[in-house]
Design a protein around this ligand. Structure first.
Ligand code: HEC
Length: 138
């Protein structure tokens, strides 16, 4: 009996060690999940840089970008005249109900209401904001 308890402690210690991930690891996992969600929900209409064809405006540096400001993109009047900046909160509202958030937009309605999914996509969008523009390729 006396020998079993320390043995269990050692076993549990050994098990828990690899399960503790660093902040950086969590961030990388969130970016990866966000990239996959972006690929399934947004990518068919949005490139992340100008070197790829895109039906909607490319979304490089979108966090903090003025709405309707991508050069030469043919925006709806509603979006161009909105005067808003794409903060995280605005992007969240847009993903949740873009047509309700901005009546008159020509982006087809998306309705991503799950906050975790929104979080992942936002983390991904933030990651392509801080990357060197010339390194953006997907
Ligand atoms: C069916 C095509 C389509 C899908 C899918 C789509 N979008 Fe869009 N998006 C557009 C179009 C078109 C516009 C331009 C809207 C306008 O001018 O009113 C736009 C505009 C935007 C803008 C404003 C950009 C700017 O320069 O002001 C953001 C932000 C955006 N989309 C994010 C997303 C995100 C995030 C997703 C995925 C969750 C997504 N979109 C899915 C077509 C799409």
């Amino acid at each position: 009996m006396n020998r079993i308890i320390p043995a269990i402690c050692i076993a549990l210690g050994g098990l828990s060690a690899p399960a503790v991930a660093s902040e950086a690891t969590f961030e990388a996992i969130k970016i990866g999940a966000g990239a996959q969600l972006f690929a399934s929900e947004c990518r068919r209409c949005h490139a992340t840089d100008s070197t790829h064809e895109s039906y909607g405006p490319p979304l490089e540096n979108i966090v903090g970008r003025a709405a309707g400001s991508y050069p030469d993109y043919d925006y709806s009047v509603a979006l161009e005249a909105s005067g808003i900046v794409w903060t995280q909160a605005a992007l969240r509202a847009w993903m949740e109900d873009n047509a309700g958030f901005m009546p008159g937009t020509k982006m087809r309605h998306v309705g991503i209401t799950d906050r975790t999914v929104q979080d992942f996509i936002l983390t991904y969008l933030t990651s392509i904001t801080t990357r060197d523009g010339s390194a953006i390729s997907d």
